[in-house]
Design a protein around this ligand. Structure first.
Ligand code: SF4
Length: 409
């Protein structure tokens, strides 16, 4: 078996210890220690710090021109709530003042359908933020138009999940004019031609027979197309292909891994996926990478249930949040879920979301609320909890790492 690359984009602890991010983390941990000390002494909590999340998932719109069978945000698509541009920009300005460094445009809908998508990307880049776009690939020309303003470290990832157009159509159900995989890949290559600094990714959520988005909503199997998708991605000029396992929503709305749905023995399913990754590896070289997401790695090595044991306090909900037209939420795994709501969509514009953040840190018991989630942030949360609980100087406990080109959380 060839050893393939585990995505460095999931080294969240390393990302928090960079010279650019560490000061915000230090201020956050100082505050959390003071909150605990005040509670232990029966005193009022200390004042809120002038910080905010280092990175956000920004859902620009709930509109989507696809109807993907495996869409995790199915319930929240194409609803009438919208951002107000002025308020949204005011939120970003305040967040930047508080230490925001990166914005991932994704989730809930297709970001390129947001009116003024290009102007908004230029606004973010004008604020010296790192920007990433997760897109369904239907409007690559909108990304090519602004590709000149992206800088090294920015990325664009297309959710394609297939190698054959028939599978692509059956999984994604694109609406409107004919949208086909060949055309999407050709147009994606244009983004890269316009700006070679943009990292271009081909995202492949692996699905298997028996997967269901919800009871009765079955999902088309694609796991036989992994190697062919890697070849297609490489031929089209993508920098990498990233494989992830299919996730579904639990009854409480959390995104969870549920391999029990498979209509085959679990060991056989793992062996089939492993064979697919290994076959894809034949296309991995200096110009093209085959990447396993951390949740695929733990799914394959059988350790995925360990990632469901969260500490009581999820510290990442202060350092990375979701801003959507529905409001501000604590985590991508609970996007749109009431108990995970920090505030109104404009609550960062007036900094009210900092009180909401303080409140959710006190009320949201991650060891219970996320007990079904295979959490990508599990190790960094335990690391941060260890530091809050430990004796000694935070400065000494938080070693500074080298600056990377990646502050996305
Ligand atoms: S513990 Fe994990 S899944 Fe739960 S809110 Fe925090 S980051 Fe999200």
């Amino acid at each position: 078996m060839v050893k393939n690359e585990l995505s460095s984009m999931h080294d969240f602890t390393g990302k928090l210890l960079q010279p650019s991010t560490r000061p915000v983390v230090l201020e956050y941990l100082t505050w959390r220690r003071a909150v605990r000390a005040a509670a232990a002494a029966g005193e009022a909590p200390p004042a809120l710090p002038e910080i905010g999340p280092i990175s956000i998932n920004l859902d620009l719109t709930t509109a989507c021109n696809y109807a993907c069978d495996h869409c995790i945000d199915w319930e929240a698509l194409n609803i009438s709530v919208k951002h107000e541009e002025e308020e949204l920009r005011a939120s970003i300005v305040e967040l930047k003042r508080r230490g925001l460094q990166s914005v991932i445009l994704l989730g809930g809908g297709e970001p390129t359908l947001y009116p003024g998508f290009g102007d908004f990307v230029r606004f973010l880049k004008g604020m010296d933020l790192q920007v990433a776009v997760v897109t369904n690939g239907s409007r690559n020309e909108a990304i090519t138009e602004v590709a000149d303003c992206f800088t090294k470290g920015d990325w664009v990832r297309l959710s394609l999940d297939s190698a054959e157009d028939d599978t692509f159509q059956a999984m994604h159900h694109p609406k409107g004019r004919g949208i086909h995989l060949d055309e999407i890949c050709t147009r994606a290559g244009e983004i890269k031609k316009k700006n070679a600094d943009v990292s271009l990714g081909y995202s492949f959520v692996i699905t298997w027979n028996g997967s269901e988005r919800e009871a009765g909503a079955s999902v088309v199997e694609n796991l036989g197309e992994m190697a062919a998708a890697a070849k297609r991605a490489k031929d089209a000029g993508f920098d990498y292909i990233s494989f992830k396992p299919f996730l579904t929503r639990a009854e409480d709305g959390a995104e969870v891994m549920d391999p029990s749905q498979a209509k085959r023995d679990h060991e056989q399913l793992v062996a089939d996926i492993r064979a697919g990754v290994d076959a894809a590896m034949q296309w991995d070289d200096d110009t093209f990478r085959v990447v396993e997401s951390i949740n695929l790695r733990v799914f394959l090595d059988g350790s995925w249930e360990n990632y469901r044991r969260q500490p009581g306090v999820c510290h990442m909900q202060a350092l990375r949040q979701v801003l959507s037209p529905l409001g501000v939420y604590n985590c991508p795994a609970h996007r749109g879920v009431h108990k995970a709501r920090i505030g109104e969509k404009g609550s960062w514009a007036n900094a009210g979301a900092m009180q909401g953040t303080a409140d959710i840190l006190n009320r949201f018991d991650a060891s219970v609320e996320c007990a079904e989630v295979t959490c990508l942030y599990n190790s960094v949360n335990h690391f941060l909890e260890g530091i809050v609980s430990a004796e000694g100087s935070l400065d000494a406990l938080l070693p500074e790492t080298k600056q990377k080109l990646d502050t996305f959380l």
